[in-house]
Design a protein around this ligand. Structure first.
Ligand SMILES: [Zn+2]
Length: 88
């Protein structure tokens, strides 16, 4: 019944997992069909092979993200405001 709904109205995908900034995994809220963004930016059925690729990409993405944070630490804000006031 739910699959018939999807056949008529199309799947209603919601993001189930963010892999990288560009690649996400989606799941249909009606029938549970899972798809993912492929290298061309199109949606492909989430196969075990693609799931494995996504897990690798996610690890690489997170590692690079963490490394970038270590290389560029946040500098504390410097207080340069002059609070002295001249009294006339
Ligand atoms: Zn569906």
């Amino acid at each position: 019944m739910k699959k018939i709904f999807c056949n008529i109205f199309g799947h209603h995908y919601s993001v189930s997992k963010k892999v990288t900034g560009h690649i996400k995994e989606y799941k249909c809220v009606h029938c549970g069909r899972e798809v993912t963004t492929d290298v061309d930016g199109n949606l492909s059925t989430l196969t075990p092979e693609l799931q494995e690729i996504n897990e690798t990409l996610e690890r690489l993405y997170q590692r690079r993200h963490r490394a970038a944070q270590v290389v560029a630490p946040k500098t504390p804000p410097q207080v340069t405001k002059d609070v002295t006031q001249k009294v006339a």
